[in-house]
Ligand binder design. Structure first.
Ligand code: PMP
Length: 461
């Protein structure tokens, strides 16, 4: 156990030493950390004793809620029995093997092989490396260009951050690479397309045009999230994913679905692909796989891609991709128990029931003067805030609207996530009860009202 430490002293250590992911480093030094100390069910408690309803499942990962004893037990038993086993060469552990088989069973039929990683970025990176191998193996070494969406997020590895199209992930990092290209996101609220069919047609046309521009002989794959998460919870029309898969296959490029957020019941079914009968060539997973209890991700690969790589390697020669912790037995044991909770434990079904409360709560705020759009699928949703509803004019970033909302929500006992200055994202645990949804929307409404009452905000409208 750690010796007790005063919150101020801890904050000083944080400011001096801890580099925070995706944070403005200097601003963080001034502000200091919000230190989370414990959690149970849907609630977090910070180290000053303030209780918060977590409407974001950690970072869209704690799908089973906090404090699931059976998960703690699975981890503890595995830590005692075999805390580590390499997956290198021909070694393995029982949980890693059983998890790979379970994922092959649960994911679309096109996917039969699992490479287990430490998280989503590593899963995306593995997917890219496997795709490069695949085209070299099949005698088409020119196919090395990747296409993704302008608001897509695919992690922050050296290559994945270039498939990610958000400016902060490129600035100063010499990205994108010359082989990374983007097409417009399907963004119904801000699209000029007349209806859903037109939004889908515009995306298909954009993919075709980009492949034509680059030359199909040079294009490797199209990467997309079924719903773009970090880009602002952009929910495309139903049918979009399927249309993109058909177009990719027609264009002879691989179709990679990044289900790091949308997997494991977040949008209703186990995977968003399932809802549209999509059969991707590769799929990346993380977050809900272990519900965030320990780190783990996976790259799912089709038999076609796997076999081409396997057969092209010189006999007996290793394929040089791997990490010390690939297929970590504790991660795999946790994942197996979390998957059991989704299915036999009723968590997936509870999430599906909860979606009605969630969508009603978000849509119920459409009339609020700050809200321009509400969008959602399953338990993934967002409110887009506007200064003027008719013109959809955004607030001036100088106002710091998201910061004000976040701080007010924190005081009101609620956490969620802001994207840019104007989109509020929500991803509650699949275990949320009806009364927790009520509390969420009560606190969210109060937060929006409190912010609306600020004279500077009113003046900006
Ligand atoms: N892909 C998507 C769609 C994600 O949302 C994320 C993380 N937010 C990643 C990849 C990267 O995952 P990780 O943060 O576990 O590396």
């Amino acid at each position: 156990m750690l010796s007790p430490i005063h919150p101020d002293e801890l904050a000083a250590l944080d400011r001096a030493h801890l580099i925070h992911p995706v944070a403005p480093w200097r601003l963080h030094e001034q502000r200091g950390p919000a230190v989370l100390a414990s959690a149970k069910g849907a609630f977090l408690t910070d180290n000053r004793g303030h209780q918060l309803l977590d409407a974001f499942a950690g970072l869209w990962c704690v799908n089973v809620g906090y404090g699931q004893e059976s998960v703690v037990q699975a981890a503890t038993e595995q830590l005692r029995q075999l805390p580590y086993a390499t997956g290198y060469f021909h070694f393995a552990s029982e949980p890693a093997i059983r998890l790979a088989a379970k994922l092959a069973e649960l994911t679309p039929a096109s996917l039969s092989r699992a490479y287990l990683t430490l998280g989503g970025s590593e899963a995306v990176d593995a997917a890219v490396r496997f795709i490069v191998q695949y085209y070299n193996a099949t005698g088409r070494p020119g196919k090395k260009h990747f296409i993704s969406l302008q608001r897509g997020y695919h992690g922050s590895s050296s290559t994945g951050a270039g498939l990610t199209a958000l400016p902060a992930f490129h600035r100063g990092f010499d990205l994108p690479l010359p082989t990374q290209h983007y097409i417009a996101s399907p963004y119904p609220y801000r699209s000029e397309a007349a209806d859903d069919a037109a939004v889908i047609a515009a995306s298909v046309a954009a993919l075709r045009a980009k492949v034509a521009e680059l030359g199909a002989q040079n294009v490797a794959a199209f990467f997309c999230e079924p719903i773009q998460g970090s880009g602002g919870v952009i929910v495309p029309p139903v049918g979009w994913l399927k249309a993109m898969q058909l177009a990719a296959h027609e264009l002879d490029i691989l179709f990679v679905v990044d289900e790091v957020i949308t997997g494991f019941g977040r949008t209703g079914p186990m995977f968003a692909c399932e809802a549209e009968g999509v059969q991707p060539d590769l799929m990346t997973l993380a977050k809900g796989l272990t519900a965030g209890y320990v780190p783990m991700g996976a790259t799912m690969v089709s038999e076609k891609v796997y076999a081409a790589i396997a057969d092209a390697a010189p006999a007996g020669a290793p394929i040089g991709h791997g990490a010390t912790y690939s297929g970590h037995p504790v991660g795999a044991a946790v994942a197996l128990e979390v998957l059991r909770l989704y299915q036999q434990g009723g968590v997936l079904a509870n999430g599906q029931r909860g979606a009605a409360h969630f969508s009603a709560g978000l849509d119920g705020l459409r009339d609020h003067p700050l809200v321009g759009d509400s969008r959602h699928r399953g338990l993934l949703g967002a409110l887009e805030l506007v200064a003027d509803k008719a013109s959809k004019r955004a607030f001036d970033p100088a106002l710091g609207l998201a910061d004000r909302i976040f701080a007010t929500a924190y005081r009101n006992g609620l956490v969620f996530r802001a994207f840019g200055d104007h989109i509020l994202g929500f991803a509650p645990a699949l275990t949320f009860t009806e009364s927790e949804f009520e509390l969420l929307f009560q606190r969210l409404k109060k937060t929006l009202d409190d912010v609306l009452a600020m004279p500077e905000v009113r003046a900006a409208m």
